[in-house]
Design a protein around this ligand. Sequence first.
Ligand code: GDP
Length: 179
Amino acid sequence: IPEYAFIGRSNVGKSSLINMLTSRKSLAKTSGRPGKTQLINHFLINKEWYLVDLPGYGYARVSKSAKKTFQKFITQYFASREQLVTGFVLVDIRHKPQPIDLEFMQWLGENGIPFSIIFTKADKLKPKAIENHVEDYKKILLETWEEVPNYFITSSSKDIGKEDVLEYIDSLNANMELE
Ligand code: GDP
């Protein structure tokens, strides 16, 4: 079963986005392996794909060793990612491109892991400001990438972008069935 991983800094709006994407879907939450800390949650959506909820990175107020533990979980997940089709890196649309997010995208690229960007909390900005912030991201990404990755503009509180993300996942699933 194909998997799609959602990841971002803590407080980026990941839980809200996952709630938006999974509302009114046939949903089964499947726990991780018994005995393991439940840092990574899998949700089976419509019996078709797994939404993988990865722990947030970039906690400002945790110890170095806690950060390392999170990093280990994240890298271990990606190292054993046989079913992963694509990752979604969440970034708050209000903020200028942040080094920690750019570094994480860079790391995904170096490890050959495809990803899209999901801009969150779009309701917090006017359309013009959204456009400017997306342009800032594009500019900085094009310094290291040949193309801008796929991106989505979402707001969980205003129910924006849900269908775009779900249709994209459905189209990737359909492509895989053809292969
Ligand atoms: P997580 O830590 O990444 O899982 O983030 P949460 O989903 O818990 O959201 C963090 C905070 O941002 C909460 O106070 C949410 O209410 C708020 N938030 C999340 N998504 C949105 C959104 O689309 N619009 C607005 N205005 N606030 C949001």
